[in-house]
Ligand binder design. Structure first.
Ligand code: AMP
Length: 220
């Protein structure tokens, strides 16, 4: 049995487009942690056509948040599985104060609280271009960007040859809504975690490798 105090239990916090998913993938590759992305979990449910997926899709496509009770139940179920014992990265959760409080209660029950919260800061004006140019591989999930990280052949993943897709919520109208929602509902979590004394602020307005170096240093 591994000692829970040595495990990384990390929340990635930051506006949509700050690079949380990219950094989570890099950290998973380097440290073999679990990547728990609520956005990815919801997109899988939408794809599978489950009840949760059908309910969530209407909120997601418009750039709104899925209601707390649905998302909290989904995360609690995930954190109850045995594979979480090796440590994990929560990406995209919590996004509201009630979610943060529910997470604290769940982790207190499991006897393994958060070890770190990393906040990825990027000036607001740079976020729209990051999101509207983002493309995701339908095959392996790799994240590309039309300008900042183009593939060799447009529309085709360099890693697996899969077809690149644009997320419905990366279109401009939804992106603007997501930024508004972030400012109103998620940004207040900074104060919440500052109060817990586990918040590390990372300059995410730089190429991914630089962000990764800063992140790894903050986790030491
Ligand atoms: P993401 O991939 O993290 O940007 O999430 C995509 C979309 O899924 C969001 O715009 C929300 O509609 C929904 N979503 C993901 N995580 C949450 C959450 N913690 N609370 C509410 N909705 C969420």
């Amino acid at each position: 049995m591994t000692d829970a105090r040595e495990q990384l239990r990390l929340v990635l916090l930051g506006p949509p487009g700050a690079g949380k998913g990219t950094q989570a993938k890099m950290l998973v590759e380097q440290q073999g942690l679990l990547h728990i992305s609520t956005g990815d979990m919801l997109r899988e449910q939408v794809q599978a056509g489950s009840d949760l997926g059908v309910q969530a899709k209407q909120f997601m496509d418009g750039g709104k948040l899925v209601p707390d009770e649905l998302i909290i139940a989904m995360v609690e179920l995930r954190l109850g599985r045995p594979d979480v014992a090796r440590g994990w990265i929560l990406d995209g959760f919590p996004r509201t104060l009630p979610q943060a409080e529910a997470l604290d209660q769940t982790l207190a029950r499991l006897g393994a609280g958060l070890s770190h919260v990393a906040f990825f800061g990027v000036p607001q004006e740079n976020l729209v271009a990051r999101l509207t140019g983002r493309r995701t591989c339908g095959g392996c999930g790799a994240i590309w960007h039309l300008t900042f990280k183009p593939t060799r052949t447009e529309g085709v993943c360099d890693t697996c040859g899969g077809e690149l897709k644009q997320r419905a919520d990366d279109r401009r109208e939804a992106v603007e809504k997501r930024q508004e929602v972030y400012t109103a509902q998620t940004a207040p979590l900074l104060d919440y975690y500052q109060g817990h004394g586990i918040l590390a602020e990372i300059d995410a307005d730089q190429p991914p490798q630089g962000v990764f170096t800063a992140l790894v240093a903050a986790l030491k």
